[in-house]
Design a protein around this ligand. Sequence first.
Ligand code: HEC
Length: 178
Amino acid sequence: MLKVEGPQNMLVYTGKEVDAVYLGKAVTAGSDSAKRLASLKTSVAQEIKNNPKIADLNKEIQVEKGKQVFLQTCFVCHQTDGRGVPDQIPPLIKSDFLMADKNRIIRGVLMGQTGQMVVNGKRYNSTMTPLNYLTDEQIANVLTYVRNSFGNSGEGVSVEEVSKMRKEAGKPPGNPYE
Ligand code: HEC
């Protein structure tokens, strides 16, 4: 057994079996500090979000990221310049259908769209496959891109709006290409 001699040094050993009380206070003080830190970080994030310059930059970032999604996924049908294919794939250029209803179009990408659709006065009756394998962020970005390209200009689409629609729409069918 270990035998300790010499005067008691409280820094090394208090003599108590458990230092729970002392430790407990330290932990509480630490977690108060962590809470305060978290709340300060939230405030900074909120301030940044409310700053119009930063909001514009964030939208530009969404547009650039969305362009990449578009050039991987959507261009196959809608064409790189958004003009579509006559009588088969509707155009995204100055599309009234696209700009009229944000939720309808989020749903369209998630669930696919089929049946009659009138875009800029022309009737289409075709099928867009569900693209629900894209992440909420990818969908938010690509829709922000198309709503701010090809002569369109409007509000972006947030990740939250897509997540909400994905929950509301239920579990859509899987990736048709898989
Ligand atoms: C497989 C081909 C295909 C792909 C890939 C595709 N679409 Fe479509 N899209 C269509 C068709 C076809 C319609 C019309 C559906 C109908 O007639 O009901 C349509 C309709 C639309 C519309 C509404 C009409 C309009 O022109 O404004 C939007 C917006 C749209 N697609 C966006 C996208 C975006 C964004 C992507 C990529 C994430 C995408 N589409 C990928 C074929 C496709």
